[in-house]
Write a protein that binds this ligand. Structure first.
Ligand code: PLP
Length: 379
């Protein structure tokens, strides 16, 4: 029943071999810059590629300051710390996300609250966030509090699922109205724009990931995005052991972190950035192929980029009729050498987060039962 689909994927990737979900594209100057980095001896915590990579991302996303991190999860940890999330606070986020989002909240000693996603975006719903805040929030002189738990609601952390932007301008408004900080988990959305503006640049801080399966990779890596240059400089300081610049003295003025990306990873990042436009164009073409092919399919529905958005189509997603057909689709495709994966198990169903507050999660649960990712590598 799904064999036509398998044939179609083989046709667009032009191979009889196993087809992975998302392989990195390493055909550019990747080896060249890695060699250059090794020849320079500066493979570790200082070097020109770190600064270059930061300025390339700054230019591309249009932020005032970009700060590299060892990975996206660490970047999230720092971002939450910098907006003032403290032990005992609450952070509003989606249950439909990768574990890193919620782990970072836990590192800060804060409690995640899971709010529903929108049907059009698969990301945090501004309408549902507002609804939840009207019912549970209370604005006091020093911020927004949860009437039921007595905890401060410090931050809202939306995630642009599979590269599809959430309705971020509406979330900005809701956060403003309730005096809540906004941090964007844009780990999956490098190259995704909302109304022409890059994702991760609407909140006080945004973060990107360059893990091996993301749109571009540095092996492992992350980036903090700031519109506030001062805050960005402070982030640079605390992610590099908070060392006060001096020719020989070791003076540190803060409990800092060793979260800086090594130069050798940044070398890879510089090479990857040269191919970003090509990668995005190629991925958009793949998405169009899927979309066109699936337009006549009654069982599989292609998930399209939301209105007013340009999505990077990081991972293409399709929607099955129900959980049963989802499972048989997963089995058939994986049995036939086409890697497909269901969307994540909901965060509130994991042992560590099972007692967290949620709203009704209507759309979230609907997506969990039906969404499958299909091969999305550069062809
Ligand atoms: C990839 C990812 C991250 C960061 O992951 P790292 O592997 O630590 O770079 C964070 N959030 C989401 C939603 C992700 O997909």
């Amino acid at each position: 029943m799904y064999s036509d689909f398998v044939d179609f994927v083989r046709k667009i990737y032009n191979t009889k071999d196993f087809i992975p979900l998302h392989a990195p594209y390493l055909q550019g100057n990747d080896k060249k810059y890695l060699n250059e980095c090794i020849d320079s001896i500066f493979v570790s915590s200082v070097g020109k590629f770190v600064d270059k990579f930061e300025s390339l991302i700054q230019e591309y996303t249009g932020v005032k300051k970009a700060v590299v991190c060892v990975n996206g999860t660490n970047a999230l940890h720092i971002a939450l710390k910098l907006v003032g999330v403290e032990e005992g606070d609450e952070v509003l986020t989606q249950a439909l996300t990768f574990i890193a989002t919620v782990n970072a909240i836990s590192y800060s000693g804060a409690y995640p609250v899971f709010i529903d996603v929108d049907k059009e975006t698969m990301g945090l719903s501004p309408r549902k966030v507002k609804e939840w805040l009207i019912n549970n929030g209370e604005i006091r002189s020093d911020g927004c509090y949860n009437k039921n738990t007595g905890r401060r609601i410090k931050c809202c952390l939306p995630m642009h699922t599979f590269g599809h932007p959430v309705i971020i301008d509406k979330l900005v408004d809701v956060c403003k109205e309730f005096s809540i900080e906004l941090v964007e988990d844009a780990a999956e959305s490098l190259g995704s724009f909302y109304k022409g503006k890059h994702t991760g640049t609407f909140g006080k801080i945004g973060i990107l990931s360059f893990n091996g399966n993301k749109t571009i990779t540095t092996g492992g890596g992350g980036m903090l995005l700031f519109q506030d240059e001062m805050l960005g400089s402070h982030a640079k300081h605390i992610t590099t052991q908070a060392k006060v610049p001096h020719r020989w003295e070791f003076v540190h003025d803060y409990i800092g972190y060793n979260y800086r990306m090594p130069n050798i990873n940044a070398a890879l990042g510089c090479a990857q950035m040269e191919n970003l436009e090509f990668i995005l164009k190629n991925k958009r073409e793949t998405a169009q192929y899927y979309k066109q092919y699936l337009s006549n399919d009654l069982d599989l529905t292609f998930f399209n980029e939301p209105l007013c958005c340009e999505s990077n189509y990081w991972l293409n997603a399709i929607i099955l009729k129900d959980q049963e057909s989802r499972n048989s689709f997963l089995k058939f495709t994986n049995d036939n050498g086409i890697m497909t994966r269901p969307i994540w198990k909901l965060m509130n169903k994991l042992e560590m987060f099972k007692d967290c507050q949620t709203d009704d999660l209507t759309n979230t649960i609907w997506f969990e039962d039906r969404v499958v990712n299909i091969p999305s590598s550069v062809r």
